[in-house]
Write a protein that binds this ligand. Structure first.
Ligand code: ATP
Ligand code: MG
Ligand code: MG
Ligand code: MG
Length: 439
């Protein structure tokens, strides 16, 4: 992408309304724009990151055996009356009437709808286990939308729903998501700790929240520090191995970790003093097992091997990709801007032309742009006729992991400068060496 033809509305001033660093940086870097309270447009740079985050979420969901579909954002109130949640959900639900005065709503979550789809097709235990997920916009009329996309009213959620014949099967499905979540967050450069959590309006009895420790987090959490150094399950983890997955989950739940709602002071006090962590955290994912809470009232039943019909056991599993982006920035930034982990960076490389219009410099930039693009790298080429200082500031602000600075001075010695955003390290290399390094 040539910056001269891109749409990157950088803000020079720090927006006053933004209280936390991720919100400030997302506005300044031209990633999002507020359209109403808690409702954001995703500008091109923000959308690029959102797509990268979604791709990782999707890969790990698929790896665990979940199957993607897409359910609508608008749902009928009658569906929610079947589960009894239409009245129970309260003011967070955005209720809508269509022209025929039918009651509709903008989905805050999809347990009812996915249960309705399931009961329309699945009749036998032979079709289980099944886990269906989608990545779709949700709306919750939060009392206090704030911190940008961290707590917005419209937000993106990956929500998965598992169906099993019995509790043992459902626990295995739960464990698959548990392991998939550990991998998902680690791939984004985050240390997410699974913590025992309250089930809230979703209901049920087994639940973990995945929490990123951050001083700006809205949750109060308590955990053992050793979780920060735990190994992440490998890509070749066998998701069909019941005992293998249970082993991973047992290890990841063996030490104390709980949100304030589930906090047990006595258990926390038993942690050695140097390992006790009482901190703030950001909830980036939440998994639930809730048995037959929806299948029973909604009649989602399958025939068991014994010929008896029974209600399926369900779980639901959410990740907030839009909130995750804010969480990644909270965890990875410096005084100059965002420092993207490579896996979610909007661009892999930025080429900074330090003297646009100079034939040699333009030629070297064009060549690098062409070769890195051909190698499959996502390249942002700052070809604008602007002072170098402004280009350095933009590249740092938007946090591209690698910057290549090209100007006539270096080229006279056959060199360009390669800068690593995360560490500020600089190297003087030939153009060929840069291509070899970054391809
Ligand atoms: P919170 O406690 O922050 O209100 P929640 O417990 O209500 O979140 P869940 O119902 O567990 O949220 O939804 C699953 C995931 O969706 C959350 O873990 C979070 O990542 C994301 N999410 C929920 N509400 C919001 C929001 N208002 N803005 C952005 N992401 C959200
Ligand atoms: Mg909430
Ligand atoms: Mg919560
Ligand atoms: Mg939650």
């Amino acid at each position: 992408m040539r910056l001269s033809r891109y749409f990157l509305p950088i803000l020079r001033e720090t927006p006053k309304e933004a209280e936390i660093v991720s919100h400030r940086l997302m506005l300044r870097a031209g990633m999002i724009r507020q359209e109403s309270a808690g409702i954001y447009a995703w500008l091109p740079l923000g959308l690029k990151v959102l797509n990268k985050v979604n791709a990782i979420v999707r890969e790990e969901q698929n790896r665990s055996g979940a199957v993607e579909l897409l359910m609508p954002t608008i749902q009928s109130a009658d569906l929610w009356r079947e589960s009894g949640r239409y009245d129970a959900y309260g003011k967070e639900m955005l209720r809508i009437q269509d022209r025929h005065e039918r009651e509709m709503l903008f989905g805050p979550t999809n347990e009812e709808m996915v249960t309705e789809i399931f009961r329309g097709y699945v009749r036998s235990y032979k079709d289980l286990p099944l886990n269906l997920y989608h990545i779709q916009w949700k709306f919750r009329d939060e009392v206090r939308p704030r911190f940008g996309v961290m707590r917005s009213r419209e937000f993106l959620m990956k929500d998965a729903y598992s169906f099993d014949l019995d509790q043992a099967g459902a626990v295995h499905s739960y464990n698959k998501m548990f392991v998939a979540y550990l991998r998902t967050f680690a791939r984004m450069g985050l240390k997410a700790i699974p913590m025992r959590a309250d089930t809230g309006p979703i209901g049920g009895n087994l639940s973990h929240e995945f929490i990123i420790l951050a001083s700006t987090g809205e949750s109060e959490v308590f955990c053992h520090a050793d979780y920060l150094d735990y190994d992440i399950p490998a890509a070749d983890t066998d998701f069909d191995s019941v005992s293998g997955l249970q082993g991973i989950v047992d290890r990841w739940t063996s030490l104390y970790a709980a949100t304030s709602e589930m906090h047990d002071e006595a258990a926390f006090e038993a942690i050695p003093a140097d390992k006790k962590m009482s901190a703030r955290g950001i909830e980036v994912g939440h998994i639930f097992y809730f048995g037959t809470k929806y299948s029973e009232p909604m009649g989602a039943r399958v025939m068991g091997p014994d010929g008896q019909e029974r209600d399926v056991h369900m779980g639901s599993y959410g990740i907030g990709p839009s909130r995750l982006i804010a969480a990644i920035i909270e965890a990875s930034h410096d005084e100059n801007g965002i420092v993207w982990p490579e896996a979610v960076a909007p661009f892999d490389v930025a080429i900074l032309n330090l003297k646009a219009g100079d034939a040699g410099t333009d030629g070297a930039c064009e060549r690098l742009y062409r070769e890195l693009s051909a190698a499959g790298r996502d390249v942002l080429y700052d070809d604008r006729d602007e002072r170098p200082g402004g280009k350095f500031a933009t590249a740092d602000l938007i946090g591209v992991p690698w910057q290549v600075l090209i100007g006539p001075k270096g080229l006279a010695d056959g060199k360009v400068e390669l800068k690593r955003r995360a560490t500020g390290e600089r190297e003087h290399l030939s153009l060929d060496d840069v291509v070899a390094r970054l391809s």
